[in-house]
Design a binder for this molecule. Structure first.
Ligand SMILES: Cc1cc2nc3c(=O)[nH]c(=O)nc-3n(C[C@H](O)[C@H](O)[C@H](O)COP(=O)(O)OP(=O)(O)OC[C@H]3O[C@@H](n4cnc5c(N)ncnc54)[C@H](O)[C@@H]3O)c2cc1C
Length: 374
């Protein structure tokens, strides 16, 4: 018997891999549901993901799981809307968004070609995502668009993130197919957890002594893993806040992520999430999901929202605010990646902070850990 502690993506992926190999597995989870950071609440007819995130259906680990077909997956446009002054420009794959590729407000053609070069170039040792992008010549494109967009991806400034880890994530975004299950991100975790034979909720593990006779995979977040394994240091955890506002007034019929191309406030991005899936809000209401990274007041969020959406926001209702202090681990250096998952005899560890700060990183870490144990 193998005990997997934690039913986040890493734990679920580890359990599935072991199950497939014929091992008996028991998953124990502290909360009342699977998914860890990938879950949703249902409040007064709204579906509120605990932190705005899109699921990239193009991630290799998602493809392996063959899960997208079961999710009523709603694909998001593969572009962002960059608000400049009072107008906006759509920026995405130049083959589909040909006009925006030539729009000089978001950077020159040379800078856009430099971005394509970036995707094929090799990061230097010790370089950050920011210095890599600037080195290849993305100039104004980086300053006006990419920096803000990437802050929303890494939940940190690109100058803090290792160029190697960063480029993998940027590449997967460019080639990916992001979207959401119609019923919210929790649907992903629920469908995955239904594949596991033995899973126990509301079971917080405080000590590994409980499972002294079994093989154990610790698939918790980094802080709980450090507690269970007696480790003294953990990677820096990056926080974020997701704000949910609703309104009956028209906002926009776009389901694109909006970012401000000028420095006019603290918002990293905003999206009318109910335009991506109407199940996110009651009929007649729009649900707007907005991300900030630094502590920000609600009045400041409303002020910046009215600039981004070009409509008054004074009457918008604040439906919920999620402060998530440990949203993502910071990958500041390449050496953070750990090759072996074995801690001591019979004890292994998995989680996004071991592999990459993403859904794919968590799933991959879980699968590799299980394979090492096997
Ligand atoms: C706001 C936000 C935005 C994001 N955006 C994206 C995105 O756009 N794209 C992307 O790819 N990724 C994104 N991510 C990252 C992605 O969600 C995570 O990388 C991934 O879900 C982490 O999975 P995990 O299994 O490693 O950890 P977790 O999800 O943290 O799972 C750990 C589990 O262990 C349980 N646990 C902890 N301690 C104990 C204990 N003592 N006993 C029992 N159980 C315990 C927890 O309850 C939890 O269920 C985002 C995350 C957040 C929060």
């Amino acid at each position: 018997m193998v005990v997997v502690i934690g039913a986040g993506l890493a734990g679920l992926s580890a359990a599935l891999t072991l199950q497939k190999a014929g091992r008996e597995v028991r998953v124990v989870e502290a909360s009342d549901r699977p998914g860890g950071r990938l879950t949703s609440d249902y409040v007064d007819g709204y579906r509120l993901d605990r932190g705005f995130q899109l699921i990239n259906s193009g991630y290799p680990e998602l493809k392996r799981l063959k899960i997208i077909e079961e999710l009523d997956f709603q694909y998001a446009p593969r572009a962002v809307k960059v608000v400049m002054g009072k107008s906006s420009v759509e920026l995405g794959d130049p083959r589909r968004y040909v006009v925006s590729a030539f729009n000089s407000q978001t950077g020159s053609i040379t800078e856009k070609l430099a971005f394509i070069r970036y995707l094929a170039s090799k990061p230097r040792v010790g370089e950050s995502v920011e210095s890599h992008l600037i080195r290849v010549g993305t100039g104004a494109l980086y300053k006006r668009v990419l920096r803000k967009f990437l802050q929303g991806v890494f939940l940190s400034d690109p100058s803090q993130v290792s160029a190697t880890v960063g480029k993998e994530i940027v590449r997967s975004f460019i080639s990916g197919k992001p979207g959401l299950p119609a019923a919210g991100v929790a649907k992903f975790s629920e469908v995955l957890s239904h594949r596991i034979h033995q899973i126990e909720f509301n079971h917080r593990v405080d000590s590994l002594e409980e499972f002294a006779k079994e093989d154990v995979i610790v698939a918790t977040d980094a802080t709980n893993a450090a507690h269970l394994l007696g480790l003294s240091s953990i990677p820096t955890q990056l926080g974020s806040t997701t704000w949910y506002h609703s309104t009956s007034e028209p906002v926009s019929d776009s389901s694109m992520l909006h970012i401000d191309g000028e420095d006019r406030g603290a918002l990293v991005n905003s999206i009318v999430i109910s335009n991506l899936s109407s199940a996110y809000s009651p009929q007649g209401k729009s649900l707007i999901s907005t991300t900030t990274l630094i502590p920000t007041s609600e009045s400041e969020v409303r002020r910046h929202l009215s600039i981004i959406w070009g409509v008054p926001t004074g009457d918008w209702e604040l439906v919920a605010k999620y402060d998530i202090p440990a949203s993502l681990p910071l990958f500041g250096t390449d050496s953070q990646r750990v090759t072996s998952a074995r801690v001591t005899k019979g004890v292994y560890v998995a989680g996004d902070y071991r592999c990459a700060p993403s859904q794919n990183g968590a799933l991959l870490s879980g699968r590799l850990t299980a394979q090492e144990l096997l």
